[in-house]
Design a protein around this ligand. Structure first.
Ligand SMILES: Cc1ncc(C[n+]2csc(CCOP(=O)(O)OP(=O)(O)O)c2C)c(N)n1
Length: 588
């Protein structure tokens, strides 16, 4: 955090000068920025003018949270940093949720925010955040950005922007803020001021001794498990993970963000761990003698609140943990060996070291896995063909899987959609499952899908969201229309914040404050009509059999489409544990 030490101003007289905004837009083009998501304000229109004259696409949203989630989705689907442009004050604060969501899921992002004119520092000008310090808005981003820069002089702008893109992408990726007083956008700079490009950075790998140690430990362990987090997906290391697992016949469990790390039908795949995980994944992790975890925080939801009775029992299980961020190692469990490395480099080296190496006999491991997965699926797979109306959520998943090509993106929000997809939905192409994990932000899915589609226009992009989540930011439909982004939103409509309603009902016997009601009756919004009012396609599903054809039509329609599906508020099975359930106490 902080404003950096100022760069000495170069002698101005000897150089041709140009307005900083135009130089900034041209620099962003040169470093590969092809889209910026944002919303205008009087503090950033000088930069918007430059953007409009550049080759960079500007996706204008109706709420800055949408811009930040869309940029986050773009980063996930492109591998490049998402870029956000906001106005000062309320623009910057509106974007906070989206930026924090990207931070907690380690997504690279650069936020460029307008700010008050620097010559008015101390006078509390219009829309300034200044209750504790003048020009203080950039501090709002401090807890979740890798660094927050406030540009005090125009000569600092090129170096700060270069630093921002460098930091957002290196090490553990995350958001960086560049806060720009509006007069700086309009100030002069030498025409060559933006000359430094972010440096290419080699990723940290495992040293040969560590590779040997881990391969030997995996080969000799009796019941080893490879545990994959989102770091494996973002490093595009799934082929290396499969090669290692197959070479040593080691089963693979994963976190929510790690879903897609192995094909769903891979015989060594255990599935997701934790509260909403699968019994076989929890059991194999809990009874493992060695876990090699890669690219994961071993976070609460995936670890059944770290309760040793459910998902991980470390010790006695030995833990080897490989992560890009040293701070993650040893945080939640005693760790035999930590290694700070890029997931792809590490897994490639381990797979090479494991190739052809003898390992312990794993007995009937593959049969065990198949039996465990089938037994769990028997709890719900008959619902995949249910004709019930309002629909069963599982029927929605089955229709979705059949209608969306394997390389299409499924973007979830928070609710049954996230939990059910993480647990039950077959993903075969890595990276096609996009979900908010760390901040678990309701409102993410319907907006993030916009950025996913911008990044991958030739692939289908479907947001699966609850009616609660969708109604937080329905203005996504206006953006999809204006910017011609043909996404599909499937709204699972149970007339309430269903997941929380179910939790309250289980502990307190009612769902006060969680269901949508008007005049004492369930309150249902006609989202399909709303979509049509925005000029998009809107389809209301009236029988279960209508859903499949509606989805297939939406995928090929090349037009923004909302499909509203009345749905039973059925809970997602919870084979693991969540400590909140031990906390609630009901009074008289
Ligand atoms: C911004 C935000 N507010 C509140 C929550 C808490 N929360 C988690 S799930 C949920 C309900 C979501 O409702 P809906 O989108 O209708 O999906 P459903 O649970 O009904 O499947 C809420 C309110 C959250 N995760 N994010």
């Amino acid at each position: 955090m902080s404003t950096v030490v100022s760069t000495p101003a170069p002698p101005a007289a000897s150089t041709e000068t140009r307005i900083a905004s135009y130089l900034l837009a041209e620099y962003l083009e040169r470093i590969g920025v092809d889209v910026i998501f944002g919303l205008c304000g009087h503090t950033n229109i000088a930069f918007l003018d430059a953007l409009g004259k550049s080759r960079i696409r500007f996706v204008s949203t109706r709420h800055e949270q949408i811009a930040a989630h869309a940029a986050d989705g773009y980063a996930r689907a492109s591998g490049k940093p998402g870029v956000v442009l906001t106005h000062l004050g309320p623009g910057l604060t509106n974007a906070t949720t989206g930026v924090a969501n990207a931070a907690l899921d380690s997504m690279p992002m650069v936020v460029i925010a307008g700010d008050i004119p620097s010559h008015f520092y101390g006078r509390h000008p219009h829309q300034e955040v200044n209750l504790h310090q003048d020009a203080d808005q950039f501090q709002i981003y401090r807890p979740f950005c890798k660094r927050v820069y406030c540009v005090d002089r125009v000569h600092d702008l090129p170096r700060i922007v270069e630093r921002a893109f460098h930091l957002a992408q290196t090490g553990r990726p995350g958001p960086v803020l560049v806060d720009v007083p509006m007069d700086i956008f309009s100030a002069d700079l030498p025409a060559t001021a933006f000359s430094q490009m972010p440096a290419p950075v080699a990723k940290p790998a495992l040293d040969p001794g560590t590779v040997k140690y881990i391969v030997q430990a995996l080969a000799e362990a009796e019941r080893p498990v490879l545990y994959a987090g989102g770091g494996v997906l973002s490093a595009q290391a799934t082929a290396q993970l499969a090669a290692l697992a197959e070479a040593l016949e080691v089963p693979v469990a994963h976190t929510l963000m790690g879903k897609g790390c192995l094909r769903e039908d891979h015989p060594l795949l255990l599935g997701m761990t934790g509260f909403w995980g699968t019994p076989i994944a929890n059991e194999k992790c809990r009874t493992a003698d060695l876990i090699v975890a890669v690219g994961t925080r071993l976070a609460e939801a995936n670890s059944s609140s770290w309760d040793p009775r459910f998902t991980f029992s470390i010790p006695p299980t030995r833990l080897i943990h490989i992560d890009a961020d040293a701070a993650e190692i040893g945080r939640n469990y005693p760790t035999e060996l930590g290694a700070v490395a890029d997931a792809k480099a590490a897994l490639a080296a381990l797979a090479a070291g494991a190739a052809g190496r003898p390992h312990r006999d794993r007995g009937r491991l593959r049969d065990d896995i198949a039996r465990g997965r089938t037994a769990f699926a028997a709890n719900w797979d008959h619902q995949w063909t249910s004709d019930q109306y309002p629909l069963r959520p599982e029927r929605i998943l089955s229709e979705l899987r059949r209608a969306v090509p394997p390389d299409g993106f499924i973007v979830t929000d928070v609710g049954w959609n996230k939990n059910g997809v993480g647990q039950q939905f077959p993903i075969t192409v890595p990276g096609t499952f996009v979900t908010p994990s760390g901040l678990a932000t309701m409102g993410f899915g319907a907006a993030a899908v916009l950025g996913v589609k911008v990044a991958q226009p030739d692939r289908a992009a479907i947001a699966l969201v609850g009616d609660g989540g969708f109604s937080t930011n329905p203005a996504v439909m206006a953006t999809a229309m204006e910017s011609d982004i043909p996404v599909v939103w499937v709204v699972m409509d149970n007339a309430g914040f269903g997941t929380i309603a179910g939790l309250e009902s289980a502990h307190y016997g009612w769902s006060f404050g969680c269901m949508f009601e008007c005049g004492g009756k369930p309150y249902r919004i006609d989202y399909a009509a709303m979509a049509r009012a925005c000029g998009a396609r809107g389809v209301m599903i009236e029988t279960a059999n209508e859903l499949g054809p509606a989805l297939r039509e939406a995928v090929v329609s090349n037009a923004p489409t909302l499909i509203q599906v009345p749905m039973e508020n059925a809970p997602t099975p919870t084979p693991g544990h969540w400590n909140i359930n031990d906390i609630y106490r009901k009074g008289e």
